[in-house]
Design a protein around this ligand. Structure first.
Ligand code: 5RP
Length: 228
């Protein structure tokens, strides 16, 4: 079974958790997209869906899901979203899809958060995936120097790399840029999170700690449920 089929399985299982009338946070990425499709297939009445990116908003709109915004529906019943890594205690790395800021805003407004992923995302220690850090575009190279100092304090031999794609520098939906820290074991995720957040110019980082209430992991044989 491919990782995409495992993602689909996790997304479909999570869609079963949604009840009619709920306000639902919609994550971003390929796994979250499976959830969005499965949710639309259920045809539940009275849903209001808050997307975490323009890409997810476009997909949900196409599928006929009723959309809302965090401004109009500041309290969310359930958010379902993917992750780049699922570590012990359901500590996560997110932001591979550059939507980490909106994702974290929606997660923090949610009564319950379910992370969905394929089996390869589950790790013993965070740090195999490069940690995304969202930075204000103004003076971002200066901020990157300060990020490098923080990373050095946490045992990283290199600073973070500006994320680019075919069209040039990647911009988030909010117009910020992304720096990716090198991969390497994150010994103290809470301290690294606090140190990054203390830098002027850092908008958010992809460490999602103490936010997930449950993980649904797609396997070849079904799904596995993990709790913090
Ligand atoms: C987007 C994210 C995604 O949830 C994460 O990158 C996982 O993506 P995928 O489901 O495509 O593997 O954090 O910012």
């Amino acid at each position: 079974m491919s990782s995409d089929e495992q993602k689909k399985r996790a997304g479909e299982a999570a869609a079963q958790r949604v009840e009619a009338g709920m306000v639902v946070g919609l994550g971003t990425g390929s796994t979250a997209a499976w959830f969005v499709r499965a949710l639309a297939d259920r045809g539940l009445s009275g849903l209001r869906c808050v997307p975490t990116s323009e890409a997810t908003a476009d997909l949900a709109r196409e599928l006929g899901l009723p959309l809302s915004t965090l401004e109009d529906t500041p309290r969310i019943d359930l958010t379902v979203d993917g992750a780049d890594e699922v570590g012990p205690g359901l500590a996560l790395i997110k932001g591979g899809g550059a939507a980490l800021l909106r994702e974290k805003l929606v997660w923090e407004a949610s009564a319950r958060c379910i992370v969905i992923a394929d089996a390869a995302k589950v790790v013993d220690r965070l740090g195999r995936f490069r940690l995304p850090i969202e930075v204000v575009a103004f003076g971002h190279r200066t901020t990157a120097n300060r990020i490098a100092d923080v990373l050095a304090d946490h045992g990283f031999g290199q600073g973070a790399a500006l994320r680019t794609a075919e069209r040039g520098i990647v911009r988030t939906d909010g117009g910020n840029v992304i720096y990716d820290a090198p991969s390497g074991v994150i010994e103290n995720p809470a301290q690294l999170a606090a140190d990054l957040k203390s830098l002027t110019g850092v908008v958010e980082h992809g460490l999602f700690l103490d936010l997930a209430d449950e993980a649904i992991i797609g396997l070849d044989s079904g799904v596995e449920h993990l709790n913090p």
